[in-house]
Each structure stands twice: as C-alpha cells, then as structure tokens.
Write a protein that binds this ligand. Structure first.
Ligand SMILES: Cc1cc2nc3c(=O)[nH]c(=O)nc-3n(C[C@H](O)[C@H](O)[C@H](O)COP(=O)(O)OP(=O)(O)OC[C@H]3O[C@@H](n4cnc5c(N)ncnc54)[C@H](O)[C@@H]3O)c2cc1C
Ligand SMILES: *[C@@H]1O[C@H](CO)[C@@H](O)[C@H](O)[C@H]1NC(C)=O
Ligand SMILES: *[C@@H]1O[C@H](CO)[C@@H](O)[C@H](O)[C@H]1NC(C)=O
Ligand SMILES: *[C@@H]1O[C@H](CO)[C@@H](O)[C@H](O)[C@H]1NC(C)=O
Ligand SMILES: *[C@@H]1O[C@H](CO)[C@@H](O)[C@H](O)[C@H]1NC(C)=O
Ligand SMILES: *[C@@H]1O[C@H](CO)[C@@H](O)[C@H](O)[C@H]1NC(C)=O
Ligand SMILES: *[C@@H]1O[C@H](CO)[C@@H](O)[C@H](O)[C@H]1NC(C)=O
Ligand SMILES: *[C@@H]1O[C@H](CO)[C@@H](O)[C@H](O)[C@H]1NC(C)=O
Ligand SMILES: *[C@@H]1O[C@H](CO)[C@@H](O)[C@H](O)[C@H]1NC(C)=O
Ligand SMILES: *[C@@H]1O[C@H](CO)[C@@H](O)[C@H](O)[C@H]1NC(C)=O
Length: 574
C-alpha cells in the first residue's frame, strides 16, 4: 500500500531527482528512516520551542561529557564519578558510548581539542512529571524522531544514548514511597516501596534502612532501581534469599508509545507487565516508577579475601577449585562476587561473599574448604575480613565501601554468560582450562556473580519474561575489554569485532551449551544471536507484545526486542 508519506517522498523525488541530496533523502525514506537534522521532516526551531513550552522550559541541549568538562573545568574525580555524570543529560558512564566510531568517527574525548556530538542526543527533556514524558513521546512520534531513554547512563550496552535523538531523561523522578499494605484491587501485596525512575540504589538502600526494610538491589551507587536494572532481571547478592528484582515488582507506572500513562500490573495490561519484567531495558515505554516488595531487614555478613597467583595456569587451577566448591554455600543461600584480575604472569582473585543470618566465624568456616584447596595449590590467601551489619549498609555504606560511587569515564565493553548448575556438576577442570585460555588470549580478567540458585530457582514459576536460563543457572560470568582514548576509530571497531568473535567464544565454551543464555543488562550489544541468548523461548511473545504497545518501534535499543528490523543506530529500517 502506498501511504501518504510515501507519496510525499515520491513527489519530492520526482521534483528534484537530479540532485544527489534529494536522492539520498529518497533512499532513506524508502528504507523508512527517522528524521535527522537537515531532513525536511526534522522539526523547525519553532516546533522545538513549542515543545519546550509544553514541558515547562525543561527541554535542554545535551552535550558530550568531555565538552561539559572542558567548559566548566571539571576535576578528574568528577570525570570518573557516576554521581557527577548523573547530573549531565548527555553523559554515559562508560565514555565509549558517547562516541560514534563509525567511518572516520565523531568523538569528544577528555582534553581533546575538537569535539563531535558522536552518539550523544541533541535535545533532552529533563522530566519531572509523566506529562513531560507524554509530551516528548507524542512529539517524537509526530516528527518521526529517534528517542533514547536514560535514568543514570550506566548501561553497559550503550542503550541509553542515541545519535541525533531526543532524550527522555528520568534522573529527576526522585519519589520514594513505602507502604505497609499495597493493594491492587482486593489483592494485598504487603510491604512495598514505590520508587521513581531516577532514584539510585544507594539512596534507596539508605531510605529502606530508615524503614527497617531491604529490597532486591544491586551493588552500585547510582544504577536506577526503576530504570534498566528492573527491566533486565536485576540481580543482587541477596537474590538467592529474595529472588530477582523483577520477581518482586508488582506494578510499573509507564508512559507508552502512544502517549498513555498506564499502571501496569498482573490485572491491568498483564501482557505488558509480563514483558517489562525481564524483556529487556528500554523497549517497552518510559517508566516513571516501580512498586516492588520490600522485606524486613536482617543481619548479614560479608566475607572478603583475595587469592594471589603467579601464572595463568595456576589462576585456572584456582578457578577449577572454585568451581569444585561452588555448591558449598548453597544451604546458607550466600551470594558471591568473584573477580580474577590476571595475566599470563600473575593474578589476584577477589572474593566477596555475602549471607544472611550468619556470624563472621561461621561464614569463614564455610569458606575454609575452598581456601584450603587453593593454598594447597601454592596460591597465597590474604587475611580474611568479615563484617556483620544490615544488608543495606554492607552493600551501600561508604564505610564498608562496596559501592559509594561507581567508577566511570573509561572505554569499556563486556560480554557475559549464565553458567548452568549442570556445568559445575561435571568435569570442573575444563572450567579452569577455559579460564587459562581466556587469560592467555590477553583478556585481563574474569568476573563472576553467584547471584542465582535458591529463591531465583524457586521463582521459576513466576510468569515473566526473565529468560528461563536464570532459573537453572549457578553463576553469571563476564569478561570485559577496555581501550585508550588514543585508539583510532577503525581500530576500536576491530577491537569490538574481535571481542565478540574471538574473545566471547572462549567464555561461551565454559557453558558447554549451544543455546547458552546471557543477562541482557550486563552483556555484549553485538551479541550475534541476541534473541535466543538474552530472551530464550520468550522472544516470539515479546515481539508480539511489542507490536501491540509500540507498533512503530519508537523505543528501539541495541540488541533489544525488535532491533533486528533496524540498523545499528536505530535510525533506519533494514
Ligand atoms: C557499577 C555498576 C554496577 C552494577 N551492578 C549490578 C547489579 O548488582 N545487579 C544487576 O542486575 N545489574 C547491575 N548493573 C547493571 C545495571 O542493571 C544496568 O547497567 C542497567 O541497565 C542500568 O540501568 P539504569 O537505568 O541505571 O541505566 P541507564 O543507562 O540510564 O539505562 C539502561 C537501560 O534502561 C533504559 N531505561 C533507563 N531508564 C528508563 C526508564 N525510566 N524507562 C524505561 N527504560 C529506561 C535505557 O533506555 C537503557 O536501555 C550494574 C551496572 C553498573 C554500571
Ligand atoms: C585533563 O586536563 C585536566 C586539567 O584540566 C588534568 O587534570 C588531567 O590530568 C588531564 N587528563 C588527561 C588524561 O590528560
Ligand atoms: C533537571 O531538573 C532538576 C529538577 O528540577 C534540576 O535540579 C536540575 O538542575 C536540572 N538539570 C539540568 C541539566 O537542567
Ligand atoms: C511525587 O510525590 C509528590 C508528593 O507526594 C507527588 O505530588 C507527585 O505527583 C509524585 N510524582 C510522581 C511522578 O509520582
Ligand atoms: C610467586 O613466585 C614467587 C617467586 O617464586 C614466590 O615467592 C611467591 O610466593 C609466588 N606467589 C604465588 C601466589 O604463588
Ligand atoms: C602482573 O602482570 C601485569 C601484566 O603482565 C604487570 O603489569 C604487573 O606488573 C604484574 N604484577 C605483579 C605484581 O607482578
Ligand atoms: C533471619 O533470621 C530471622 C530470625 O530467625 C528470620 O525471621 C528471618 O527470616 C531470617 N532472614 C533470612 C533472610 O534468612
Ligand atoms: C572448549 O573447551 C574444550 C574442553 O576444554 C576444548 O577442548 C576446546 O578446544 C575449547 N574450544 C575453544 C574454542 O576454546
Ligand atoms: C511457585 O511455587 C512455589 C513453591 O515452590 C509456591 O509457593 C508459589 O505459590 C508458586 N507461585 C506461583 C506464582 O505459582
Ligand atoms: C582483530 O583480529 C584480526 C584477526 O585475528 C587481527 O588481524 C587484528 O589485528 C585484530 N585487531 C585488533 C585491534 O586486535
């Protein structure tokens, strides 16, 4: 069918077919591109002014962080601070996502002389009411614009920024409301918190502690509890006790692509409620707030130590021992973060193990069989530390220093896999060998999060879009890749390609699966088969629900539902 828009484009082509510019416009229209500056359909300044009036003067330009830093002389500490970056509409925490490395590149780097806008949005709505977001969504739909949604800018896949876009910025939705008996219709969900999509985890840990409560939150300062965290799955060191963040979400207040502001729960728009819980960040609408269950605070203990090694082979043996003991803590439902920073010649495995209702001495005793085995391998175990406190303080209090700010400002990508419990029940020496190979390949580290099993497994019957791989997993493991600002854009493109196609296969090998899964919020945006890897058997239903709530793909993010129909920039349909 020939729509009016197509007819218009055709007439435009016929009237000026001799100019190359018009031909390129036609090509882009024929391929259904969104409007960008210079396109006839891009809003005139007067139209932006009208939008600005509609949102109470909250339409502001977005700039790359390095450009802001050059003009306000920001300090190196600010450059590296997620708390500082959260105040900047254009900032991403990993600076690479602000850059456009394609072609000869459009970059804006720290202390550089020239500055391109890169992948930073043009305009941002600094929203504080749902009406601001509704105005932005309707404006973007009317003018066929690319939109981006951002809360904190933490995204590891760069999904909260987009070149030539209008940013819907939710950092200043700061409400936090606790209720003892949250009801939807006649159903009472008990104790909950309703949290705005700009509230960072650290702030929420503090507010919850004041109420004697804990929620399922991650180990980060400014990651938004109601932003990407909750839509991806949301893991916590206490997930083995309390489940995933999405398992505990009871309602989302969300602005959808047609501009409606909906309360989405198990009774109202249950299909969207199913999708937003695990169906991937940024694909469903703009979240204003989430209501999530909270739990009475308990006593928790953190145990920390590091294991020093001399060679990549020894590091691999230590990781094989770790794998052999990975079920040791199951009955106490402990969570653990392990991070092996290592090379061919040396390594340091940091371990933070967290458990509820246990003393420091008892947790040390539970760690002993593993630590004894690594000592026997010749590795050196540094003195063990334990702290007993509230889970809120252990995760978020600067005194205990897991996270008081999140280190930002570097160029980093990552990739991940959910390792199934069955992989650890077989020959764990192959896991150690795989880690040695990863280190020998030049990857500087191997991260693991033991944030599954226990309640995460027991919650398998909850109807949500969380990939079933989460329910049978024993660990979520990651590798990352960094580069210096001085790396030329074509080399950055090679590094990214090689990470996906040379490094990631070494990690994937550990799963022993051909259809292995990955956590979509801590992952590689270039993941080749993202539909299966991130969403497993849920992808077809997610696509169908997206067609209902976002039929024109207003909300497209890299490796998100529907993104296969768009180019990498989300600008033109394939
Ligand atoms: C230091 C650090 C620690 C982390 N720790 C954990 C952890 O312990 N557990 C865990 O599960 N994850 C963790 N993560 C990963 C984290 O969950 C993801 O980075 C997540 O995407 C961040 O969400 P955000 O909204 O804060 O970030 P943003 O970059 O603002 O957004 C991320 C994604 O969510 C979308 N989004 C943001 N706001 C909204 C909104 N209001 N409505 C709709 N979509 C929105 C964006 O479009 C984008 O797709 C960590 C990340 C970092 C950087
Ligand atoms: C950038 O400039 C600041 C001073 O403005 C300086 O402190 C900092 O070291 C510089 N950083 C780099 C990477 O050159
Ligand atoms: C965004 O709005 C908040 C709340 O009104 C305000 O404090 C902040 O300064 C604004 N930020 C920018 C960059 O305009
Ligand atoms: C935040 O709380 C205030 C005070 O209760 C309320 O007026 C406002 O509507 C809330 N904002 C949102 C976005 O829910
Ligand atoms: C590494 O090697 C040195 C020198 O041989 C030795 O003193 C040290 O104990 C070794 N460290 C580990 C962790 O094996
Ligand atoms: C560990 O290896 C790295 C990379 O090879 C090297 O830079 C560092 O100095 C080494 N550290 C120690 C303590 O040997
Ligand atoms: C901790 O112990 C208390 C008292 O026995 C119990 O009520 C609570 O459920 C336990 N919490 C967890 C997370 O195990
Ligand atoms: C995967 O692991 C197996 C078993 O350790 C090994 O034989 C194989 O070479 C590995 N493949 C890759 C690509 O590393
Ligand atoms: C899921 O199973 C548990 C028992 O393991 C049960 O208590 C719970 O009610 C079930 N939940 C749903 C949503 O079916
Ligand atoms: C990427 O891999 C190719 C093929 O192995 C290699 O030639 C190239 O140097 C690599 N590029 C980078 C930047 O590592």
């Amino acid at each position: 069918m020939l729509s009016l828009a197509h007819l218009g484009a055709l007439l435009l082509l016929l009237s000026c077919v001799h100019t190359a510019a018009a031909a390129s416009i036609f090509d882009r229209r024929a391929g259904s591109c969104r409007n960008q500056p210079g396109d006839p359909g891009f809003p005139a300044q007067s139209e932006w002014d009208r939008l600005n009036a509609q949102v109470g003067g909250r339409l502001i330009p977005a700039y790359p962080t390095a450009k802001v830093c050059a003009s306000v002389h920001c300090t190196p500490a600010q450059w590296a601070s997620s708390i500082y970056r959260a105040t900047l509409p254009g900032a991403m925490n990993r600076n690479n996502w602000e850059q456009d490395y394609s072609g000869s590149g459009s970059l804006c780097l720290l202390n550089s002389t020239g500055c391109g806008q890169g992948n930073v949005p043009i305009w941002a709505i600094n929203a504080t009411t749902p009406a601001h977001l509704q105005a932005g969504v309707k404006f973007a739909a009317k003018h066929n614009l690319r939109v981006a949604i951002k809360a904190s800018g933490h995204d590891f896949l760069g999904r909260s920024t987009a070149k030539n876009s209008l940013l819907l910025w939710t950092q200043y939705f700061k409400n936090i409301t606790f209720e003892d008996n949250f009801r939807i219709g006649n159903k009472n969900y008990g104790s909950t918190v309703t949290v705005g999509s700009g509230v960072g985890l650290k702030a929420l840990y503090g507010a919850a502690k004041d109420q004697g409560k804990i929620f399922v939150g991650g180990t980060a300062a400014t990651v938004a509890a109601a932003g990407g965290y909750s839509q991806g799955a949301g893991h916590s060191a206490f997930s083995p006790v309390l489940g995933l963040a999405t398992d505990n979400a009871v309602q989302y207040n969300i602005v959808t692509a047609n501009g409606d502001y909906l309360a989405v729960n198990e009774f109202s728009h249950p299909d969207l409620f199913w999708a937003v819980r695990g169906g991937g960040a940024g694909s469903w609408g703009v979240i204003v707030s989430v209501t999530t269950k909270v739990f009475d605070i308990f006593s928790a203990t953190i145990h920390q130590t590091t294991v020093q090694t001399n060679t990549s082979v020894q590091s691999g043996k230590v990781m094989a021992a770790h794998a052999r003991h990975i079920f040791d803590l199951d009955d106490i439902r402990a969570g653990q973060y392990f991070y092996l920073a290592a090379s061919r010649t040396n390594g340091s495995l940091s371990l933070s193990t967290l458990a509820a209702n246990i003393s420091g001495a008892a947790l040390k005793a539970r760690m002993a069989p593993f630590l004894d085995e690594v000592r026997a391998l010749g590795a050196v175990v540094t003195p063990e530390i334990t702290i007993t406190a509230t889970p809120n303080d252990i995760i978020a209090n600067a005194d205990f220093a897991i996270e008081s700010d999140d280190v930002s400002g570097r160029n980093v990508i990552m990739g991940s896999r959910l390792i199934q419990a069955t992989a650890y029940q077989g020959n764990v020496d192959s896991i150690g060998d795989a880690v040695t190979k990863i280190l020998d390949h030049g990857i500087p580290g191997f991260y693991g999060h033991m944030v599954c099993g226990g309640k995460v497994a027991e919650n398998a019957n909850i109807s949500s879009a969380v990939t079933p791989k989460w329910r049978t997993a024993k660990a979520h493991v990651l590798i990352s890749q960094a580069w210096a600002d001085s790396t030329p854009p074509p080399i950055v493109e090679q590094i990214r390609h090689n990470f996906t196609y040379q490094s990631m296969p070494l990690l994937i090998n550990i799963t022993g699966e051909t259809d292995s899964g990955s956590y979509s919020s801590e992952a590689d945006v270039l993941e080749p088969n993202f539909q299966t890897t991130f969403f497993g058997p849920n992808y077809a239903r997610l696509s169908a629900i997206k067609a209902v709530y976002d039929p024109n793909d207003l909300f497209i993010v890299g490796a998100g539902v529907g993104s296969e129909k768009w180019d990498a920039a989300g600008m033109c349909r394939k």
